[in-house]
Design a protein around this ligand. Structure first.
Ligand SMILES: [Zn+2]
Ligand SMILES: [Zn+2]
Length: 748
């Protein structure tokens, strides 16, 4: 049986005792392999369970994807499996269907999709069981205790938690609800108020309680009413400017779902957004919650996954890969910041969690909310066509006021440090009032270019078609680092070409802006937030907490700062260089830049004061930048959609991008050129390329690409369905590294 045949509908029937087990591997081998059952096995094939198998001289974990009566291997070549690891199928039919559909749609081997969908420990063969968790609850003495006589608010908080959980709580639940509670728990146990008790057998279904909901404005109320009335597959785009109270709408819609005994899945594009959302959820609901993101230990992730699968976790909050979590009682999916490119994985299995969430909602007839201040053009287009419902929150919640946006024309001044006089004055005024300002510069490091003043030499990466970025840290030698391949070396003191000693730093990285800000405002407390300054775990949260408490006056950072954090003291926001996004050749660049401007502007001015947003540009008359500022995001989105329609770009067409790389460009080009000869594309498919990639050399490899453009998904996938299995059998396919990207987010 070929791989392709295995990617169809999930096998759900249990077969009679077929003697051939078809095993998918999580890594290494993409083909489905035939094995014999373990010695002495006489039951049906354990479909959708894990097995341990011999592979060469190793023993690896595999997945029983199917069973058959015959194999192309001779009987003596068939090796028996060593052991069956699961007694029950690991995934319920709905989750299995999602995995199979993902493999089919992205034309990716089943085993590798499972590798993304399953927690690492399961891939490695750990039992799919919660370790026996101690469970605690109030004793009779604890219940009878006069709480008013107690000292210590942590003890009070602990006992109040147990009041709310009469069936007791596990260590994990306690740690989530009251972090660091181990000591106070021990004290309560020592005094006999709390005791160990058996864990309840049935999943806990907690009542909804906590902080009373915030009063809603009429738009929020209309949105909540519409979401509560939604039944079946009902995709809703919740378009709300930052500060308009989207989260409150999610919470009130969730309340109904949780009260009905169903589970809720909430996706966020990145881990940095999880702490604030988690706090809001915990303050509102006592329902147990599982978190799933890359900042957790493997054990924590497995426990969260198991709690979701068993139904004991009622709320699952996670990043991209949480879309694969089995949720037997799923009743609502929320995709927050749905426009964010981070929902698309950019290597290996290049899936879009947002798109999979929509598939999952449709397949299981669930309501889904796509929230954003700046909906993606895909989602916006669907609301215009009437496929999705659009709910708008045009006003800021509470008393918060609309931010004012102004362009600063950079042409008259040189602004050698990237900070115009108008911006410096605005910061000065803000600091004088004790306020906070935030500056965006989407380049980390000190300077994006190092150039010789005499001969024009530019420091380039020896392995990529890219410039090296200068990185400077106090007390260390300057480094040149390539942001594409990671290559680094110390910065030269003289030009390597002409030996001239004067090398100029060109452009501004966040570190250089930080240095300039400290020079202009020596008394301000400055914090820089980018990938370099937040490398250590927890450092991003610490810096954001300091900003939230108003302990920082000036924040400088990359796009990381643009996303959803609520900063009550922030009144001035500036984008230092919006022009980068105006000139990019990528067809999504204008959409992304417009989204960034709106998101960033939304950060300024919350409940306390109206905010100001300043945008530095050399093109103050740029037509869509002007339209965005004068008419708002929906008008801007309609203009871009009209352009996309004319140019035959998504969402009016569907794309698939084949990338190939090899030690020589010609080899990658030749490989891609074989495709249309291997299988002639149907006439409605447009084939562009092969051409060298926009960055033709990266990390020492030469890269080429071929773009397929189709008017709709059907002919595209029909072609890929037939092409992909043949592609893998080409001898050239072993001499290049190649990959397929369905619905690519960028063409680089
Ligand atoms: Zn030179
Ligand atoms: Zn490089």
């Amino acid at each position: 049986m070929t791989l392709r045949q295995n990617l169809g509908a999930p096998p759900t029937l249990s077969f009679p005792a077929e003697p051939i087990w078809q095993i998918a591997l999580f890594t290494g081998v993409d083909r489905i392999l035939d094995y014999a059952p373990p010695e002495g096995w006489d039951g049906p094939a354990p479909l959708n369970r894990r097995v341990r198998i011999p592979l060469g001289k190793r023993s690896v974990v595999g997945w029983v994807a199917g069973a058959a009566a015959h194999s192309t291997l001779a009987p003596h070549q068939l090796r028996p499996c060593q052991m069956v690891l699961d007694t029950d199928p690991l995934l319920d039919p709905a989750s299995l269907a999602l995995v199979h559909w993902t493999a089919h749609y992205y034309h990716h081997p089943l085993g590798r999709v499972l590798a993304t969908a399953l927690p690492t420990l399961l891939r490695e063969g750990s039992p799919a069981e919660m370790p026996q968790m101690p469970h605690w609850g109030l004793s009779a003495a604890g219940r009878a205790l006069d709480r008013n006589a107690l000292r210590g608010h942590r003890l009070q908080a602990l006992l109040a938690l147990f009041d709310a959980h009469p069936l007791g709580m596990s260590a994990a639940q306690l740690e989530t609800a009251l972090p660091g509670s181990r000591d106070v728990l021990r004290r309560a146990c020592d005094r006999g108020w709390v005791h160990a008790m058996p864990a309840p057998v049935a999943p806990l279904i907690d009542p909804v309680f906590g902080q009373s909901p915030h009063p809603l404005n009429p738009d929020q109320q209309a949105a909540v009413d519409a979401l509560r009335a939604a039944h079946g597959y009902a995709p809703t785009v919740l378009e709300g400017v930052t500060g308009s109270g989207k989260t409150e709408v999610y919470l009130q819609a969730m309340e109904t779902v949780l009260q009905a005994g169903r589970q809720v899945l909430i996706l966020t594009p990145e881990i940095g957004l999880i702490p604030q959302l988690r706090q809001r959820l915990q303050a509102r609901f006592s329902a147990s919650m599982a978190l799933l993101h890359s900042g957790m230990t493997e054990r924590q992730r497995l426990n969260g996954w198991l709690a979701a699968r068993s139904g004991s976790a009622r709320i699952v909050l996670g990043t991209r890969s949480a879309i694969f979590t089995p949720l037997p009682e799923l009743g609502l999916i929320v995709v927050d910041e749905e426009h964010d490119a981070a929902y698309k994985q950019d290597d290996g299995l290049r899936y879009s969690a947002r798109d999979l969430a929509l598939w999952r909602a449709r397949q299981h007839a669930l309501p889904i909310v796509l929230g954003s201040a700046t909906p993606s053009l895909e989602s916006f287009h669907r609301t215009e066509r009437g496929d999705y419902r659009l709910l708008r929150l045009p006003l800021r919640a509470g008393s918060a006021q609309e931010p004012r946006i102004q362009l600063i024309d950079m042409r008259p001044h040189g602004a050698p440090d990237g900070l115009s006089p108008a911006l410096l004055q605005a910061i000065e005024r803000e600091l004088a009032q004790g306020g906070q300002a935030m500056l965006f510069q989407n380049r980390r490091g000190y300077a994006p270019m190092l150039r010789c003043r005499a001969c024009g030499w530019i420091a380039g990466c020896p392995h990529c078609d890219a410039r090296m970025t200068l990185h400077r840290e106090a007390g260390k030698r300057d480094l040149l680092i390539c942001h594409h391949c990671g290559f680094r070396r110390t910065s030269p003191a003289h030009c390597p070409d002409c030996a001239h000693p004067a090398l100029d730093f060109m452009g501004m990285g966040t570190v250089r802006v930080e240095e300039a800000l400290r020079a202009h405002f020596p008394h301000a407390r400055v914090a820089r937030i980018d990938r370099d300054s937040t490398r250590r775990q927890g450092s991003l949260e610490r810096m954001l907490d300091a900003a939230i408490r108003g302990e920082v006056n000036l924040l400088i950072g990359t796009q990381m700062l643009a996303k959803g954090h609520h900063l009550p003291h922030l009144a001035l926001v500036a984008i230092l260089d919006v022009d980068q996004g105006l000139y990019s050749p990528d067809f999504r660049a204008s959409e992304r830049t417009g989204q960034l401007v709106v998101q960033v502007a939304g950060r300024a001015g919350r409940e306390l004061r109206a905010g100001t947003t300043l945008i530095q540009t050399h093109r103050p008359d740029h037509p869509w930048l002007r339209q965005l500022l004068t008419e708002g995001y929906p008008a801007f989105a309609r203009t871009l959609l009209a352009e996309r329609q004319q140019a035959h770009w998504p969402p009016f067409t569907r794309l698939a991008l084949l990338r190939a790389q090899a030690p020589e460009l010609q080899r990658a080009m030749d490989f891609l050129a074989r495709l249309p000869t291997l299988l002639a594309p149907p006439s409605e498919l447009q084939v562009l390329g092969p051409v060298p990639a926009p960055m033709a050399r990266r990390a020492g490899a030469h890269r080429a690409q071929l773009l397929l453009i189709a008017p709709s998904p059907v002919p595209l996938h029909a072609y890929l369905d037939r092409l992909m299995p043949q592609l893998g059998t080409l001898p050239e396919s072993r001499q290049v590294r190649w990959s397929l990207d369905v619905d690519p987010q960028d063409l680089f």
